[in-house]
Design a binder for this molecule. Structure first.
Ligand SMILES: C[S@@+](CC[C@H](N)C(=O)[O-])C[C@H]1O[C@@H](n2cnc3c(N)ncnc32)[C@H](O)[C@@H]1O
Ligand SMILES: [Zn+2]
Length: 376
């Protein structure tokens, strides 16, 4: 498959898609985000017998190509705000049957409003913006079918990592602090924002999967008819600067945050953010089965790691922090996990930081166990 009359050297390949870039933005490193989206979309197609996708910020068109060629989408609306990309996109998408796609060049929010006005709702709305997704989440919901999915992106690491809490306040309505589990915090702020936006309309969202790839936070959420926001799923995470321990704090106990170490005023609060599961286990299982069928080993391995963390606390401990607080070398991750299991704790590798551990043990217990390593 080639794109129009472009020379082979100008073409890029990803999955089953072949495309030219022209002046379009394309990050080959984000392939895992597109791979997981294809798996989730294909699972949706299997379950519902149809798949209509709105790719609101398509860039070079790699996603619409892959949604049709790999996930079996019946119809894709590819939209790209920059009209200068019209020619390259027309050439790239020309390989698809004419009855399977539409290409437009409008502002994404205009597209969402027009979908709502036409009662033209989508099974999957993909919003791959630069920076914060906040300007698009609310309107993107208007274009999503009930039971359908919304794929959200944040590249705004300064706000989600706690390095600019004023900005996270404006974007997410949450005060994000800096702490060692900031990569997970980014996912939880994003889901929390979507859950709160949906709840304000009497709707809910459930995370399908959540992905942090080193720079970009992404979440695929399902739109459901009942609000999923509650005191249990949307609240605060406290980090103690005195001892390194984390805990969750609900709205009713905001004024009474005490750490296990009893240090006064050492715990700082981040939030509100999503405290529920980051992924849907049944969908991850179906995605993993498909990854095996398609021979996608790397993706299958990541999905297995995500599955293990589903019902563990909404934070993790970094190995570097365990080493620093214990005044020792950074402990071996797998050895620490095995030692925690031996003591009856649950412990896994967090999908968003492979140099950490996610466990139901207290931070201080992890330090004590790691300190014993030279004597074990
Ligand atoms: C991150 S790139 C998309 C990359 C593409 N989805 C991929 O996977 O390779 C974001 C694209 O959205 C376009 N864009 C930015 N703001 C937009 C808006 N408000 N409406 C429509 N398109 C927009 C940009 O021109 C850019 O091509
Ligand atoms: Zn403490």
């Amino acid at each position: 498959m080639t794109s129009g009359s472009l020379p082979e050297t100008a073409l890029h390949h990803e999955g089953k898609a072949t495309f030219a870039l022209g002046a379009a933005f394309y990050r080959p490193q984000s392939v895992i985000a597109r791979d997981l989206a294809m798996l989730a979309a294909a699972v949706y197609r299997q379950r519902h017998g149809r798949l209509q996708v709105l790719d609101a910020m398509t860039g070079c068109g790699v996603r619409p190509l892959r949604y049709v060629l790999e996930a079996g989408a019946d119809w894709v609306w590819a939209n790209e705000g920059n009209p200068d990309l019209a020619k390259v996109l027309q050439a790239n998408l020309a390989v698809l049957p004419a009855a399977t796609y539409r290409l437009t060049h409008q502002d994404a929010n205009r597209v969402f409003f027009s979908c709502y006005q036409q009662r033209d709702f989508y099974d999957l709305v993909d919003i791959d913006n630069f920076g914060s997704p906040a300007p698009y989440v609310s309107n993107g919901l208007w274009a999503t079918k009930l039971g359908g999915m919304l794929y959200l992106t944040s590249t705004d690491g300064r706000a989600t990592s706690g390095h600019d809490p004023e900005r996270s306040l404006k974007t997410y309505g949450a005060w994000a602090r800096s702490h060692p589990a900031a990569h997970e915090q980014g996912l939880r702020l994003l889901i929390g924002h979507a859950a709160q936006t949906a709840a304000a309309r009497g709707l809910g969202i459930e995370p399908v999967f959540s992905l942090f790839t080193g720079q970009v936070h992404r979440v695929m959420v399902r739109l459901v008819s009942k609000p999923t926001l509650s005191d249990a799923t949307y609240g605060f995470v406290a980090y103690c600067h005195g001892c390194g321990h984390f805990q969750t704090v609900d709205w009713r106990h905001l004024g009474r945050v005490n750490c296990l170490c009893r240090a006064q005023d050492a715990a700082v609060l981040s939030g509100p953010m999503w405290l529920g599961p980051l992924h849907d286990g049944a969908t991850l299982e179906a995605m993993q089965a498909l990854a095996t069928d398609w021979g996608w080993r790397r993706q299958g391995k990541l999905l297995a790691i995500m599955t293990q963390e589903i019902d563990l606390p909404p934070y993790y401990y970094s190995l570097g922090e365990i080493g620093r607080r214990g005044q020792m070398d950074i402990p071996n991750r797998d050895r620490l996990i095995a030692a925690l299991h031996a003591q009856g704790h649950r412990a896994v590798v967090p999908s968003m930081d492979w140099q950490g551990i996610k466990t139901d043990a207290a931070f201080g217990d992890c330090v004590s166990i790691a300190k014993q390593f030279p004597f074990l």
